[in-house]
Design a protein around this ligand. Sequence first.
Ligand code: ADP
Ligand code: GLC
Length: 491
Amino acid sequence: MRPVRVLSVASEIYPLIKTGGLADVAGALPVALKDYDVDTRTLVPGYPAVMESVQRTEQLLEWPFFGGAARLLSGCSGPLDLFVLDAPHLFARPGNPYLTPEGTDWPDNARRFAALARMAWNIGIGAVPSFVPDVIHSHDWQAALTPAYLHYSGQPWPRTVLTVHNLAYQGRFPPQILEEIDLPPQSFAMDGVEFYGSVGFLKAGLQFADRITTVSPTYAKEIQTEDGGMGLGGLLHSRSARLHGILNGIDTTVWNPETDPAIPYRFNSAKLDDRSLNKTALQHRFGLELSSPALLLGVVSRLSWQKGLDLLAECIPSLLEEGMQLVLLGTGDTELQAQFHAAAHSHPKQVSVLIGYDEDLAHLIQAGSDAIVVPSRFEPCGLTQLCALRYGAVPIVSSVGGLEDTVVDVADEALRPATGFKFSSVVHKPLADTLVRANAFFRDRSKWRPLQLNGMSTDVSWRRSAKQYAQLYRDICDPSAARSRNEGSTR
Ligand code: ADP
Ligand code: GLC
């Protein structure tokens, strides 16, 4: 059997450029897939951060593209094989890949990411003879037009997979862009790219991809409902036979408490007591009182409505009363930033906040906090609770999406070893009650320690999920093999 060739298409990829978990997945999955005989190259935009760090570049193509001169390069970054779309008129902009320095969407985002998908289409139909993919795997709305381009050019091949990392970001643009992005007028229809009067990039991908995946089984169910579907629930439901929830993993070499260069004291489950040195280092770094009896809560997050951190802000009075401490690292919503700053200002020994993005500090928070709080309103998968499990920080999470699938509450111990705390309805009172519940556990080491150890022995790697993706790719390349396997398994 020859390896399956996959072109992965992503608008961010760790370690080159990252705004969130999408980059982590795009950076880790191709490496994990190597064990399953899948040969992946990832097409990424040539942002300055990418152009500066990509190595062994070679020019493959050069021509005018989407209103400017562009080149397609091949290159690599560590174990990642890359195609880079070097189009300075679209991507030579430092900072956040989607936003202007003022924090608004770049006005030409439709053209920028249509160009990315159009380049994927070019590679898909053989523009690079040395790598003609069997499958194009697009991630999120920024890459989602690829299956539409294949459809409207009458190309049945390569097969396509679209992964939804977050249905809240859909890439909707006015119909006038249709011509500019090289889609035919007839594509503007309900069974095409049209979505409530606009051009919907994600909608187009959902319409035409051979398979749709999302990043947890529970989120796969939630997005088929009226509430969770964010306007796309009906379409997703109609395609449910082709929709799969495959849980994310994390890169367990980047997130390894035994070898992590970003933390002052390395540890493992046999040397768990050394972990408390990281707690002191974290308290010191954030200027909190150096007090180990306090339950130290950590948050590493985008500050957006999705993440439910306004509810955590509401819990601060009860958290203070219980003697807990809180460190928060995040950036986003300015009102939330101000709210947490105010709490830190009035209670500097118990609450400390760092507004910004800092990878190393994220590792220290995972290594030094007693618990990691993720009170999301919705969460397709969530990676910070997976890092927490691996680092012996007990996750306290809302039971939605991937949080539901990856954390076992102490009350469900009869089913599986407990790893954390969950609360069901995303309002302030259940969260506050759960924090109190966790604090009571924390005071009893004989109860807390098993939670940490169970978490640390949970498999949060990509191993199992990479195998599922590999199988999915093979199934769409050879539907007859998939059919006979399925028939076999139902007997
Ligand atoms: P999302 O992709 O919705 O933001 P995830 O939990 O899937 O949420 O992934 C978030 C990723 O970004 C994790 O790797 C997390 O450690 C990282 N992260 C989020 N905010 C920050 C920050 N302010 N500084 C450093 N890392 C961050
Ligand atoms: C999104 C989701 C998050 C998920 C990540 C990677 O940003 O919000 O839940 O873990 O993508 O799939």
